[in-house]
Design a protein. Structure first.
Length: 273
């Protein structure tokens, strides 16, 4: 399968799907407090999606070689890099958790976004990790415009992250998205400027860097999904879905509750209402 270019109707469908995914995170935000379990977060999200009229893209999701994913979303706590399965884990003060939501609209469009949440007061190291990972995502987003190359995104992220003494996970990447969850191209969060696919208006893909305080190596848990840092150091991730426009980009997964865009970001093509 090759890279799909979305037409006006496709872009309209993706704007809706992506906004709804972001609104699930907005809804969850006040609930992410010490004492809640990750399964309770999952239940709240499932109810929210039902009210929206969307479906979870993750529940039952089964790429080749994987067991069916059992959650309506992913909850990745502390040293969990990604794909954490909701369960009886109780969040406690000082934890950091990534909540990753992907919805499917009745029209069949997918919206994919994740945020970090700090549970109560967190250590300076944990807060710095979350902030720098957020900034790295936005530095990647800022590379997006027609004529740029995918490698520009990865290069911007890797240079910034490693410049702060942190590491970029290599095994998972951003991805094209549309009427399928994971489409071409793969959007690496490391690489060389000027290399890779040239961006064209109408391409839609995610940028979702995973950043570790320690070493970049990961391992998979026996559940077949949960990915953790090999050295058990803290890991953070943020994710937006981005449309390539003739002049730059549009961040499709913004909503009222999205955290503020960093000060260094210039020329937002689209800002929250
Ligand atoms: N939402 C994740 C992504 O950003 C994928 C999760 S797949 C799951 O691509 F099965 F683990 F939920
Ligand atoms: Co994604
Ligand atoms: Co995601």
């Amino acid at each position: 399968m090759s890279i799909t270019i979305k037409d006006e109707a496709g872009v309209a469908g993706m704007r809706v799907a992506c906004r709804l995914a972001a609104e699930v995170l907005d809804f969850l935000t006040p609930h992410i407090q010490p004492g809640i379990t990750t399964l309770e977060i999952d239940r709240l999200a499932a109810d929210c999606m039902a009210r929206q009229g969307t479906r979870s893209a993750t529940i039952g999701y089964q790429p080749p070689g994987y067991p069916p994913y059992p959650g309506h979303l992913c909850t990745s706590v502390n040293h969990v890099v990604c794909h954490g399965i909701p369960g009886d884990k109780v969040l406690k003060k000082g934890d950091i958790v990534n909540v990753d939501v992907t919805v499917i609209t009745p029209e069949g469009w997918y919206g994919d976004t994740s945020r970090m949440f700090e549970v109560g007061d967190c250590s300076i190291a944990a807060r710095r990790l979350c902030q720098l990972t957020y900034d790295s995502m936005w530095l990647g987003i800022e590379q997006v415009r027609a004529g740029a190359h995918l490698g520009d995104i990865g290069h911007a992220i890797q240079t910034f992250v490693e410049g702060h003494g942190l590491s970029v996970v290599r095994e998972f990447c951003g991805h094209g998205i549309g009427q399928n969850f994971h489409e071409e191209p793969q959007v690496l969060h490391y690489g060389q400027a000027g290399t890779g696919v040239e961006l064209e208006p109408g391409m839609i893909f995610t940028i979702e860097p995973m950043v570790n305080i320690g070493r970049r190596e990961i391992k998979e848990m026996p559940d077949g999904w949960t990915i953790v840092t090999k050295d058990r150091s803290l890991s953070a991730q943020w994710e937006h879905t981005i449309l390539v426009t003739p002049g730059g980009y549009e961040v499709l997964t913004l909503s009222e509750g999205s955290p503020a865009v960093p000060d260094f970001v210039q020329g937002m093509a689209h800002t929250p209402a």
